[in-house]
Design a protein around this ligand. Structure first.
Ligand code: NAP
Length: 290
């Protein structure tokens, strides 16, 4: 069965808009998100545009702050300081990746953890890993919400996550293997050095793929009835499209769909959930005392 991320997102956005009304009334202004974008990587441009659009649609004040690709770290730190000290700013997001000459970790750590709506500062990673999350990174948050909303129970399930990034694989490992209400799975985290990936995936009740490489998982690697969550976004040439490309995931959908009990499409699966849960994090940030 296809998991319709767009439909689930719509429901959550409706709930958020009720919260937003109350939060805005309390604050005397709408919640706000500032996104810092360095350079003009075309994928980042697309993601940032979608985030700002979502803000505008639900009544969050979304602001995009652009920097040239050659910007020095000091200028970015100064901007982050300004946003940290501005009580009208609730959420700060540094769009990743930043150009290679910049120290991504140092910049992230400069963000006030109470405004770190991506949940990437060491403090927020620590809180998540210790079982008391403040801001859950939006993609893992969205995936957990998919499980909850469609009634997939995690306790005791065998899970394989492929990909161990700080924004997807690692936080998801922590959430799914944690002691939360719908958690307590037995999780294996696979990566580039994993030998015989198929040995792991064939055992899994749930497979989450977050690699960035098309067709890394196909039907022959999947147990009958498994649940498949495809996080990957890959551009493939498509002359029939105005843009010249279309988006596909990491999973060979055709073959995997024949085996899966549930599967997320790309686009329309995890992507919309990510944006929606970011909105939720901004609302949560606006409700925190800073
Ligand atoms: P990332 O930081 O590049 O991490 C990719 C991970 O995949 C790494 O852990 C890497 O292993 C692992 N990997 C690479 N080749 C592999 C292989 N052959 N076998 C097993 N593991 C392999 O990527 P990311 O930021 O997590 O993003 C992953 C994908 O998800 C991308 O396509 C991205 O665009 C997409 N994404 C989508 C959303 C959404 O909302 N839908 C959100 C975030 C990301 P090593 O650690 O060993 O290098």
């Amino acid at each position: 069965m296809l998991i319709d991320g767009k439909e689930i997102s719509k429901k959550i956005l409706k709930e958020i808009s009720n919260d937003l009304y109350k939060i805005s009334k309390n604050l005397g202004r709408p919640p706000s998100l500032s996104i810092i974008l360095v350079g003009n990587n075309s994928a980042s441009e697309t993601y940032v545009k979608a985030k700002i659009k979502a803000c505008n649609q639900i009544g969050i004040k979304g602001e995009l702050i652009r920097f040239d690709v050659n910007v020095q770290s000091k200028a970015l730190m100064d901007e982050i300081d300004k946003l940290n000290n501005n009580s009208d700013i609730d959420g700060i997001l540094l769009q990743l990746p930043v150009p290679k000459n910049l120290n991504e970790r140092e910049l992230i750590e400069h963000i006030n953890p109470l405004k770190d709506v991506d949940g990437l500062t060491a403090e927020n990673i620590g809180l998540l890993n210790s079982g008391s999350p403040r801001f859950i990174p939006a993609t893992p948050y969205g995936i957990m919400e998919i499980f909850n909303r469609i009634g997939i129970t995690l306790p005791g399930k065998k899970v394989v996550i492929i990909g161990r990034s700080n924004i997807v694989g690692r936080p998801l490992f922590s959430l799914m293997s944690g002691k939360g209400e719908n958690s307590n799975s037995t999780v294996t985290l696979c990566h580039r050095y994993t030998k015989n990936l198929t040995e792991f995936t064939l055992q899994a009740d749930i497979i989450i793929v977050a690699v960035g490489s098309a067709n890394i998982l196909d039907g022959s690697m999947v147990k009958e009835g498994a649940i498949i969550i495809d996080v990957g976004i890959n551009r493939v040439e498509d002359k029939s499209k105005k843009s010249g490309y279309r988006l596909i995931g990491d999973v060979d959908f055709k073959t995997a769909n024949k085996k899966a009990s549930y599967i997320t499409p790309v686009p329309g699966g995890v992507g919309p959930m990510t944006i929606t849960m970011l909105m939720k994090n901004v609302c949560n940030a606006a409700s925190e005392v800073k």
